[in-house]
Each structure stands twice: as C-alpha cells, then as structure tokens.
Design a protein around this ligand. Structure first.
Ligand SMILES: O=CCCCC(=O)O
Length: 470
C-alpha cells in the first residue's frame, strides 16, 4: 500500500510520501540505538521533565493534531480532540508514576539466603512499534510514554494511511527535548518489518493490529527470539440481563458500538440480550442507532464519520450482506449510501446463526449483531463463543451475577454496567486470538524492561541448584 493521506470524507488524496530506502532505515535504527545508550544514562526525573513537555506540546497543538487525524482517517474532530487530551494525560501519568514503577522492589532476603535481594527494572533497548490507524495518536503514546520513561527508545512503523500523524509525533518528542533518535518514525510498508525486527539492535516489538499482522510479527520475533506484546482484534460481547437498567444499557450500547465510527478493537460488537428484556432493548437500541447523525467528521454535530478506507467499508457491507442473504433481519441501516466518502449507516442485525460471517468475525464498522438468549449459561456460551478475548461488557444489577460475569467472561477486560475503555491506571490487553502481554499501568511499562533479580550475599555457597534441598 502506498504511504499517503487520503481524506475518507472526500476520497481525495491530499499528500503522498516516498517509502524510506534500506539505507535510511539502517540509519534510523542506528540513531535509535545511539539514543538508547544516551537515554539509559539519564535520570528518571530528566525523562519525566521531557515527557511532561510532550504533554504540554500535545495540549498546545491539540486542534491542529486533531484536524490532521480527522483528515487522515475520518474520526470526528471532537473525538480526535479528546484523543489528543487523553494522550497528554497518559504522558503526565507516566512522568509522575515512573519513579515508583521503576523503583527497586525488595524481596525477602533471608528466604533466599542473601543479605540483600531485590528486583531492578532496566530498559532493554530499541523497541519497534507497529501501530494501526484507528487511534493514530493514542495507540502510539500508550506504548511510547511508558517505554521512553523506562529508558527505551522507539521506532514507529505506523499504518500507511496516517503518515502525517506519525511524523508529527516524532517532531513532538524531538521538540520536547528527548535525544535525537529517542522516538523515530520510519515511513515504510509492512514488507520492511522483517528487516527491522531482525536487526540485532532492535530488541523487541509491540503491535496493535489485525490477527494476521500479529501472527506475522510473532513469527519473525520467534525466529529472532525477541519479546513481543500483541494487541489484536476483538469481537466484544455486551450482555444485558433482566435486572439491568435497559434504557441506560441501550444508550451506552450505542456509544460502545459506534465510538470511532465503529472502528475500535474494544467496541462492543455482539449484543447478547436475555429474552425477558430483549424486545425492550432491541427497540431502544435500534432507535438510538438510527438517530445517530452520520456526516462530515469536522462538523461538531456529527456522531459518525466515514470509515477509514473503501476496502474497510466494502468488507463491512459484505459481512452485512452475507448475514441478510442467509436469513438475518436488519432492524436499521444496512444500505450502502451513494455519494463521496466511505460512510456506512449505523446498523443493527438480528436472527444471526453460526454459519454467518457476522457470527464469527470481527465487524470493523458501526454494525451491531443482536442475539437473544434465555439464561445466564447461554449468555456466557455465546459471549465466549469467539476466537477473540479482548474486552467484554455485562449489564446486571444483581451483585452475585456481576461476580459470576467477572469470573466467567473469557476476556482481558470485563466491564460491568459500563463500556470497555482504556485508562493509563489499568492494564489493557487480551486473551485467546486477541493477543498477549499488557499495555498501560505499571505492567505495560515493565513489558519492555529487563526485570533483573539482584542477589547480594556474603560469599557462601548457598545459591546453587541444590540450595533448597538442604
Ligand atoms: O483498537 C483498539 C482500540 C483501543 C481504544 C482504547 O484504548 O480506548
């Protein structure tokens, strides 16, 4: 795919970019490696000062950054502004918390026959970040803020449709004072990833993207014995039980499905509703979805902008058509609009069966699948009946049931009476084919640290393999 900014609202190509040559890629890796050796010698306080400046710059430039994001991938300008603000607060969070997250962690020295024993968190080097277009700033910052605060450096291979966002990120880190090369954008296609990750100076990779992209990175990293964190797709369930506040659930369901024009890995996609409240929920949900305003993403009155690409919209429509052709019922939407822009109407489809694509695949657009179930057990079976396991949502006011959902939902995140979202304070990631490893919180920071055991003794032979057998 060529590297270009194409406005999804107009289908106009606004700017194109040349992919970097292999010499330029090698030079970028070299700069990132040199910067790593510099950065690891800096104090966490110094890095915190730079990271707080990143936050300041993002806030100062918020509107311009948001405009570029909207132009590149179609999210509403209002959502883009909120994304920039969230990134700034994540930078401040890591600037503030890194000293405690990275502090030596004492262990029980006497239990291991030491005079002192502790865990030390040290950086590991250059980390390759392969990032998607859907949250073009947030997905990058939530890797970069903890990674750079830990003393690593980042090489960003961003999605080919958000090159301007990628370049402005590099510029922000440079202007904030981080050493040259601490955060570098490489404008390359996905074919360059093997070469970059195979380079001995690159120590690890993080990817947010599709399942095939995750498998491909994991394969290269496996061959090269390098650490990876993978955050892949999701087909999140949103379960509504009889004790739920149905009006509120239908409202939040609409936001949960259509956030980011329906293009989020943690958007709720499968709405699994107990038969006692099914009709009431379905009516309200379909009415809310149909009432959303679809249109120009720069207009503050717009709820849903265009999808990011023609290919993405064609795929969503093909999934809906497949369901309809096989007997599903459309409660609202489902028709491809005419005119410029890759718009798709908020759509609710019910009467789904396991042979339909919508039953088993992630739908990356504002399309909800609605399922009727008649018991808790059936709700769990449908909710977990997917190869994904990223987010999940359950609506119930019954406390015992809340606890059961927290245990039984097979996902990295369980949100009760709310919608799945990410916070710098909480770990974020999936199970099953949604990937592995965690982003955010102290766990996200430590994914790219050498968790080093330090044992200090008095020279006696107590630490060998047989020590515990004594
Ligand atoms: O596609 C993944 C979306 C993550 C959005 C978030 O972190 O809020």
């Amino acid at each position: 795919m060529s590297i270009a900014t194409t406005n999804p609202a107009t289908e106009q190509v606004l700017k194109t970019f040349e992919a970097m040559s292999t010499e330029q890629i090698d030079a970028a890796i070299e700069r990132a490696d040199l910067a790593y050796h510099q950065l690891r010698e800096t104090t966490v306080d110094q890095r915190a000062q730079w990271m707080n400046t990143v936050a300041d710059l993002l806030e100062e430039d918020r509107d311009e950054i948001a405009r570029i994001m909207t132009q590149e991938m179609g999210k509403t300008y209002v959502a883009a502004q909120a994304e920039v603000t969230k990134c700034a607060s994540a930078c401040r969070f890591y600037a503030d918390r890194a000293p405690s997250f990275l502090a030596d962690q004492p262990a029980d020295a006497s239990a291991v026959k030491a005079t002192r024993a502790f865990i030390r968190y040290q950086p590991i080097g250059v980390v390759l970040a392969v990032m998607p277009w859907n949250f073009p700033l947030w997905q990058v910052l939530r890797f970069a803020a903890p990674a750079l605060m830990a003393g690593n450096t980042g090489l960003l291979k961003h999605a080919s449709n958000v090159p301007q966002t990628a370049l402005l990120l590099e510029d922000v880190f440079r202007r904030a004072g981080f050493p040259e090369g601490a955060f570098t954008t490489v404008l390359v296609g996905s074919e360059a990833v093997d070469r970059i990750l195979s380079d001995p100076r690159v120590r690890a990779a993080t990817l947010t993207g599709s399942e095939p992209a995750g498998r491909s990175i994991a394969q290269i990293a496996g061959r090269e014995l390098k650490k990876t964190v993978l955050e892949l797709g999701g087909s999140d369930p949103f379960v509504v039980m009889p004790s739920a506040d149905v009006d509120r659930a239908a409202e939040v369901a609409t936001t949960a499905r259509c956030q980011n024009n329906g293009q989020s890995c943690i958007a709720a996609k499968r709405f699994i509703v107990h038969t006692d409240v099914f009709d009431a929920f379905a009516e309200k949900f379909a009415a809310n979805m149909a009432a959303l305003r679809v249109g120009d993403p720069m207009d503050p009155g717009t709820d849903v902008g265009p999808l990011a690409s023609q290919r993405g919209r064609d795929e969503v429509h093909a999934q809906v058509r497949d369901a309809v052709d096989n007997g599903a019922t459309v409660l609202c939407g489902g028709e491809l609009p005419t005119g410029d822009g890759w718009y798709y109407p908020p759509t609710v489809v019910t009467d789904l069966t396991p042979e339909m694509r919508m039953w088993r695949e992630e739908v990356f657009g504002p399309v909800a699948g609605l399922y009727r179930v008649s018991s808790y057990e059936e709700a769990i079976e449908v909710a977990n009946g997917t190869s994904f396991g990223l987010g999940s949502n359950a609506w119930t006011r019954d406390e015992a049931e809340q606890e059961r959902f927290a245990v039984d939902l097979d996902a990295g995140n369980v949100f009760i009476n709310g919608m799945t979202t990410s916070f710098p304070e909480l770990p974020f990631g999936g199970v099953k084919n949604s990937g592995y490893g965690r982003e955010l919180s102290e766990l996200g920071m430590r994914e790219f640290c050498n968790t080093k055991t330090v044992w200090v003794g008095e020279g006696v032979a107590s630490a060998g393999a047989g020590a515990h057998a004594e």
